[in-house]
Design a protein around this ligand. Structure first.
Ligand code: GLN
Length: 188
């Protein structure tokens, strides 16, 4: 199983370590040429969504990644990655890939809660650790979006068709369950 990890900015190495530990091979997407390789799934890591969105365009990767996702490529998107997928961003900021019918609020927990750790139940897995770093949350979901988890009364994990999006950082915790679920999604 080969997983492509977007590696233009942010916390991509942590995802690679986790996926490799679970037996997957990882390739890094750094430029348009990398997109022509075969891969079974795609990871959009945390980081800074504004920078990532801009780099996707500048590096000529934006359209291909968007159409791969729309054609059913399994995606795991964490934090900034979730912001990249959102059809709309609260506050009128322009969206990026816009492949998931959700409205996401960026930097959503206020100053004191900028970064925090908690545990909450995720549908289909159970209680898992959740590390939030200047995290977004999902403010609204559209048709067909499944809510998988809430923390601090906010929606923090959603699934829509082939897309799994999380406001937190499963790659930074010991627990491997999210990545296992994602690798299952990639076995098609
Ligand atoms: N605050 C970042 C953004 O808006 C997301 C933070 C993260 O990915 N940990 O893109």
């Amino acid at each position: 199983m080969t997983i492509a990890v977007l590696a233009v900015q942010g916390a991509f190495i942590e995802h690679e370590k986790k996926l490799e530990k679970l037996g997957a091979d990882c390739i890094e997407l750094r430029k348009a040429e990398n997109l022509s390789q075969h891969y079974d799934g795609l990871v959009l890591p945390g980081g800074e969504s504004t920078v990532q969105g801009k780099l996707l365009k500048e590096l000529g990767m934006f359209d291909t990644i968007k159409s791969q996702i729309e054609s059913g490529m399994p995606v795991l998107a964490t934090c900034a990655g979730m912001i990249l997928l959102a059809e709309e961003l609260e506050g009128g900021e322009e969206g990026h890939l816009q492949t998931m019918p959700v409205t996401v609020k960026r930097n959503a927990y206020g100053r004191q809660l900028g970064s925090f750790h908690t545990e909450a139940r995720l549908e289909g897995i159970g209680e898992i650790p959740m590390t939030f770093i200047r995290a977004p949350y999902v403010a609204e979901v559209g048709d067909g979006v499944q809510i998988l988890a809430k923390a601090e009364e906010k929606i923090v994990a959603v699934k829509y068709k082939n897309q799994l999006a999380l406001a937190f950082h499963p790659e930074l915790d010991e627990n491997d369950e999210i990545h296992k679920v994602f690798l299952k999604m990639c076995e098609r």
